[in-house]
Write a protein that binds this ligand. Structure first.
Ligand SMILES: N[C@@H](CCC(=O)N[C@@H](CS)C(=O)NCC(=O)O)C(=O)O
Length: 319
């Protein structure tokens, strides 16, 4: 997997971005326009993106938790007919995220062989990592956004249909949970797994479990993170929980506890998994094979472990 510079793909793997102290740093997304109800510019980027059915296309990968956010939002907001999708093959190659000619990992929109071809078609010469998710606009032939947090919010706010993921009265609380959960848990597991020093790993793994403990305590008080409604904060937590026991626990050395060791969290995770449509966005076997794919630093031989055996279909018993 490489890097794109001024719209040209370079296959040499830059490796995960790390600080001098050996800590993993995730690069900020740089294409950040918004679909809005009236097409006016959103908080960042240019305007002109109205919520027209059939206009947008999402590039996703099953194993990626950030893509999973966008995939879940599309389903929950009843946008499966309005927004089309392509899934890259769940294992990256030296060409980054790639597609087959046909089948479930083909790109029906452009017939691209690799995701960098999609970035190359964006109207501005792109420099950065070639990441999923990508929200593409057929009409203007541009990428709307490659930032999953923004994609979740714009699909929620600009389109009709489905429950609101961000009720006004809960927005501040949602943002507070996101501000804790993103760095320490969603990205915290990567900071643990990609750490290059003991100190960087120790710091990251402590934060992962500190946040899981706090979420466990909250879920003893409220059904969802911000009360009795499922919101954006829960949606953003779920992809990490779904990958935790099967992948992060072992592949990223986040092994102090498993999600299934926390009574409240485990019931909550199963409740979300058992909501209509959610299980159809999850594939534990793909997660395992993705996170245990050959990696010089973490898993040089690419051997995929057999376990754990965890049953997400056990009734959650949460009423
Ligand atoms: N900030 C981005 C991060 C997306 C991201 O890092 N995706 C990973 C897959 S899980 C990726 O495509 N990485 C390719 C690379 O870094 O070369 C978002 O949340 O949308």
């Amino acid at each position: 997997m490489g890097l794109m510079i001024d719209g040209v793909y370079h296959a040499e793997d830059p490796g995960p971005d790390t600080t001098a102290q050996g800590a993993f740093r995730r690069a900020d997304s740089t294409i950040r326009n918004w679909i809005t109800r009236d097409g006016r510019a959103g908080p960042t980027g240019a305007g002109g993106f109205t919520p027209d059915p059939g206009r947008y296309h999402l590039y996703l990968a099953w194993n990626c938790p950030w893509a999973h956010r966008a995939f879940l939002t599309r389903m929950i907001k009843w946008l499966e007919d309005a927004i089309t999708v392509s899934f890259a093959r769940p294992r990256r190659t030296e060409d980054g995220w790639v597609f087959d000619d046909d089948g479930p990992y083909a790109d029906p929109l452009m017939g691209a062989r690799a995701l960098h071809e999609v970035y190359a078609r964006h109207d501005q010469p792109y420099t950065g990592r070639v990441t999923v998710p990508v929200l593409w606009d057929r009409e203007s032939g541009r990428i709307v956004s490659n930032e999953s947090a923004d994609i979740v919010q714009m699909l929620d706010a600009a389109f009709d249909g489905g429950p609101s993921l961000r009720p006004d009265d809960l927005a501040a609380d949602i943002d507070a949970w996101n501000a804790l959960i993103y760095p320490t848990l969603n990205n915290g597991v990567y900071r643990a797994g990609f750490a290059r020093t003991q100190a960087a790993y120790d710091a990251a793994v402590a934060e992962v479990f500190d946040t899981l403990d706090r979420v466990e305590a909250q879920l003893g008080r409220t059904r969802y993170l911000t009360g009795d409604r499922f919101t954006e904060a829960d949606l953003r937590l779920f992809p990490t929980l779904a990958r935790f026991d099967v992948a992060y626990h072992y592949a990223f050395k986040c092994n102090i506890r498993r999600v299934s060791d926390y009574p409240n969290l485990w019931g909550y995770a199963r409740e979300i998994y058992q909501m209509p449509g959610v299980a159809g966005t999850v594939d534990f076997d793909i997660y395992k094979r993705g996170y245990f794919s050959p990696s010089e630093l973490r898993n040089p031989l690419g051997i995929v472990p057999a376990g754990p055996v965890i049953d997400w279909t056990v009734p959650h018993g949460r009423g």
